[in-house]
Write a protein that binds this ligand. Structure first.
Ligand code: AMP
Length: 437
């Protein structure tokens, strides 16, 4: 199938041809015709699947048919969790619509509102926004939603993770009931579902089309995932060694804490490796400069905290490193999804220290397979990381306090349970060791 079969007009086809897209990705094949026909959509799709074009192209197609725009009005609203993603999506729209007469704009926090308000006076066809700034502008009556036709929630699970759920609900409450709703999310948690349900409430029971292009338990097959067990204090030496020894090119390195990011950049510099860090304390201008250098290849090694890295879209990213393993399996899947995009081959390497054992169990259980372990000469580990238990379930909440009598009773029950669990885990570990020799 080609883009020609999807019902897109010539100026859009020309723009995507100029970008070198020849074949629609699976999500594009399913979503584009459905969105053009006016259907609501709930799509489970990770970044890297071509999801942005999957919703932008049909919106452009629909808006191009009928042009109308009044002052301070918007026709499509795309909500994104971060400013980087916001800018990225609006850049993509500019690329896809370059031969059309439609307007787009990104609004996000961290910069002055004056220029954004001025630009909104004439109205914008497609507005890409982070939820907080959008509400701010709406409160200041810098824009009105009464002519809104399409709402897109991009990376809905990230918005929920980042605590933007209430803001999204407030925004939805302000929108006209008759509109098209499109939701994209890498994972479909209970909270994301409840936002999707709020969608359908606003319409007269018109069921949304559901698409799933990233089956729940499988991460992308074109990503070579492997891990190295390592002691915490040798991580930076190991990273420098791998960068030099394996001649790594563009690499995105995920780290947990912002002060850790700055420290790692220093440690790499001492070994002659030039890296930069982005984290919450960096100004918008600094972040944009660093990201620009990283995208262009001028900067090869970028160290980022998980939150700062959200929304970074690098088309050709070949490698990610989990310098610190994420706590949530979903985060792991998001991170590795940044490589191996649109058919390219990617590599995802995780450094796993003894203290990461539970997180590793949760990730490998979610993937439903063990990640290949590789050993690097010269880096023996002192604290061995056991092989994971694949049916691991994390206890998310600590038990509620109990009465003294109850505590005594449950103590003996707990020790019986622990003994039973230890023997099951040993069996499981033995089984896993057999698989891996
Ligand atoms: P996304 O999932 O929207 O973040 O897109 C991931 C990357 O794939 C972006 O760099 C897009 O430019 C690229 N892309 C999207 N659709 C296609 C396509 N049909 N063919 C080739 N590349 C694509």
């Amino acid at each position: 199938m080609t883009f020609l079969n999807l019902g897109l007009c010539a100026p859009i086809l020309q723009a995507i041809d100029e970008l070198g897209y020849t074949t629609p990705t699976p999500i594009q094949k399913q979503a584009i015709p459905a969105i053009i026909s006016g259907k609501d959509l709930i799509a489970t799709a990770q970044t890297g699947t071509g999801k942005t074009a999957a919703f932008v192209l049909p919106i452009l197609e629909r808006f191009n048919q009928e042009r109308k725009l009044r002052g301070k009005r918007i026709r499509a609203l795309i909500l994104t969790p971060t400013r980087e993603l916001c800018v990225q999506v609006s850049n993509n729209i500019a690329d896809y619509s370059k031969h059309l007469n439609l307007t787009t704009m990104a609004v996000y926090g961290g910069v002055d509102t004056a220029a954004q308000k001025k630009r909104l006076i004439e109205g914008v066809d497609i507005l890409v926004a982070t939820p907080g700034r959008l509400l701010d502008l709406a409160h200041q009556r810098a824009l009105h939603f009464d002519e809104l036709e399409v709402l897109v929630l991009d990376e809905a699970d990230r918005m929920v993770d980042m605590g933007q759920g209430d803001e999204i609900r407030k925004i939805i409450d302000r929108l006209p009931a008759s509109r098209q709703n499109l939701l994209f999310s890498a994972t479909m948690s209970h909270d994301v579902r409840s936002i999707a349900e709020q969608f359908s409430d606003s319409k007269l029971a018109k069921p949304a089309l559901e698409i799933n292009v990233s089956p729940k338990d499988r991460s992308a097959p074109n990503i070579d995932q492997w891990l190295i067990t390592v002691d915490k204090d040798t991580k930076s030496a190991l990273l420098s060694h791998l960068i030099k020894e394996q001649q790594w090119e563009q690499t995105l390195i995920f780290i947990e804490k912002k002060h850790g990011a700055a420290k790692l950049v220093e440690q790499l510099a001492k070994r002659g490796i030039e890296a930069e860090a982005i984290h919450g304390d960096r100004s918008q201008a600094q972040r944009e400069k660093i990201l620009g250098d990283f995208r262009s290849g001028k900067l090869k090694y970028l160290v980022a905290t998980g939150v700062a890295a959200r929304g970074i879209d690098i088309g050709e990213l070949s490698r990610v490193v989990n310098y610190d393993l994420p706590f949530k399996p979903e985060e792991y899947i998001h991170r590795i999804g940044r490589t191996g995009r649109a058919g390219a081959k990617g590599e995802a390497i995780s450094f796993v220290a003894h203290g990461d054992f539970k997180n590793l169990c949760a990730i490998e259980s979610r993937l439903d397979h063990l990640i290949e372990r590789r050993e690097i000469e010269g880096f023996p580990v002192r604290k061995v990381v056991p092989i994971s238990i694949l049916n691991y379930v994390r206890k998310s909440k600590p038990p509620a306090p109990k009465s003294a009598k109850h505590r005594e009773k449950s103590k003996s029950k707990k020790s019986r349970n622990e003994a039973r669990k230890a023997s099951t885990n040993n069996d499981e570990n033995r089984k896993n060791r057999d698989i891996w020799g």
